[in-house]
Write a protein that binds this ligand. Structure first.
Ligand code: SF4
Length: 477
């Protein structure tokens, strides 16, 4: 999501005629789009901001993203950062900032030019395409992004989160869920397909709760102390109002509508929440031709007490039922295709015992994931779990992650054996004549040996000749 936000910021800046500097030390303004999900990311931001401030005191530093509205960070960095701005206010705040600094700034010429340009942008917006629609007050989502990749594009369909998992800063940093109007998303995707993009990744903190209609907004109180918001428990099964046949009222409808856009492209999405993984949605994602056969469904822990303390709104049994449904639906709808399952898992949540860790290990052995992203618990200020005693030592968290990673490596290697000797579509990411790197629909990394040139960004058929734990190797078919 941060990569996608940065693409939109770059698009906004470019529309202001502000050019990227060739070297950070030559930049008049540097924007840090920060992530505060883990302490490590926060520390890295501190380090980079400090170095830049020390070596280039004339550079104006702007801090946005997760860390921007944390009072402790504002206090700590007040002498180094010229502007703290929330991502959703980025355009307005940056415009004001540039105006304020225009007279004494070395980039005053560009600012003047860009300010005029911005007025034009607003003027144009007022008359035809409003930057903020009634349904969507996250104006920055409507900015035309400067896509970093010509073959793959991230398209945010919603932002914010209503779930208040006890360890997570997102609902505080990004606010409550806001879904983009379906028409706006479809227009963006159609343009991308026309420009040759081959892979669209739909983004949302809780992507499968996409609902382009107003919904009740829960308060943070429901995230505290494992307290659940009653109507959100398995809320995915709630029915939505549909005025006309063909209306997009949920994520399943949106996927079907995108799938119907003509063209040769793949659809992915991240990240879905198990509580919103309805039977309808499972049927949709396992049957649509363009939706890739890769489902990422974070479990976080395999133990019910830990899940409750995490305020995750589901149980181990419910999660495993969903996995069974997904496996059965793939077998029914795409029997000829290999599919992949992946997850996010937190190790060392406060109070996690070795028995509870074993529950997570048991889920991993049963599901046989292709990939899992592990996070060692780190207390985030402002969250409910921050108040819990972080009683598991760093070395023990490292050991637990290593243990689970060994289980993952075994299932990943076993799953990869299915690819040997078969041919798959591969989207080439990068490389040059001799060796290219790409990925399959199931998100397996593939090394491709070929003497052909200029293959980056192409969809090619590759025959797999060798499998490893974390990647495959092959030749053009
Ligand atoms: Fe954070 Fe939970 Fe929302 Fe995911 S679902 S963004 S972990 S609060």
């Amino acid at each position: 999501m941060n990569v996608s936000d940065s693409e939109r910021m770059a698009g906004f800046l470019e529309a202001q005629k502000i050019q990227p500097a060739k070297d950070i030390t030559k930049a008049n303004i540097v924007i840090f789009n920060t992530c505060g999900v883990r302490k490590m990311a926060e520390d890295r931001a501190y380090g980079q901001i400090h170095n830049l401030w020390k070596n280039n005191p004339q550079t104006k530093i702007v801090l946005t993203g997760c860390l921007a509205n944390r009072k402790d960070i504002q206090e700590k960095l007040k002498n180094k950062v010229a502007l703290f701005c929330e991502i959703k206010d980025f355009m307005q705040e940056l415009e004001n900032f540039l105006l304020c600094h225009s007279e004494r700034s070395p980039y005053s010429d560009e600012v003047e030019e860009s300010t005029n340009n911005h007025r034009q942008l607003h003027h144009k917006a007022d008359s035809s395409t409003p930057l903020c629609s009634a349904q969507n007050d996250n104006c920055y989502l409507t900015v035309t992004p400067k896509y970093a990749n010509s073959a793959q594009a991230y398209v945010p369909i919603m932002t914010g989160c209503n779930n208040f998992c006890s360890y997570c800063v997102v609902p505080y940093a990004r606010g409550r869920e806001v879904s983009r109007p379906a028409e706006e998303i479809l227009q963006e995707i159609k343009k991308l397909i026309k420009s040759g993009v081959k892979e669209i990744t739909l983004l949302g903190q809780n992507v499968n709760s996409y609902e382009p209609l107003p919904s009740p907004q829960p308060s943070p109180e429901y995230g505290r102390g494992g307290k659940m918001f009653p109507s959100l428990l398995y809320s995915g099964e709630m029915s939505r109002t549909r005025d006309r046949e063909g209306d997009v009222v949920n994520f399943s409808d949106l996927l079907k509508t995108i799938n119907a856009i003509p063209g040769d492209f793949w659809i992915r999405f991240m990240t879905p929440h198990p509580k919103d993984m309805t039977a309808e949605l499972i049927e949709t994602i396992t049957s649509l031709e363009k939706v890739c056969e890769a489902v990422h469904l974070p479990i976080q822990s395999g133990d019910d007490t830990i899940l409750k303390n995490m305020n995750r709104h589901y149980t181990r049994a419910h999660y495993l039922q969903l996995i069974e449904k997904i496996k059965n639906s793939f077998a029914k709808n795409k029997p000829e295709k290999i599919f992949a399952l992946s997850s996010d898992i937190i190790v060392g949540f406060p109070g996690e015992t070795k028995v509870q860790l074993e529950k997570t290990a048991g889920v991993m052995r049963r599901v046989q994931y292709d990939m899992s992203y592990f996070g060692q618990f780190s207390p985030r200020p402002g969250t409910a779990a921050f108040k819990l005693k972080d009683n598991i030592k760093k070395e023990e968290k490292v050991r637990r992650e290593k243990y689970l990673n060994e289980i993952l490596a075994a299932s990943a290697l076993k799953n990869n054996q299915q690819y040997l000797g078969k041919t798959f579509d591969v989207l080439v990411d990068n490389g040059r004549a001799g060796k290219y790197f790409g990925h399959t629909r199931t998100l397996k990394n593939v090394k491709i040996k070929t003497s052909q040139k200029k293959l980056a960004g192409k969809l090619l058929e590759v025959r797999i000749t060798r499998v490893n734990t974390w990647n495959l190797e092959g030749r053009l078919a």
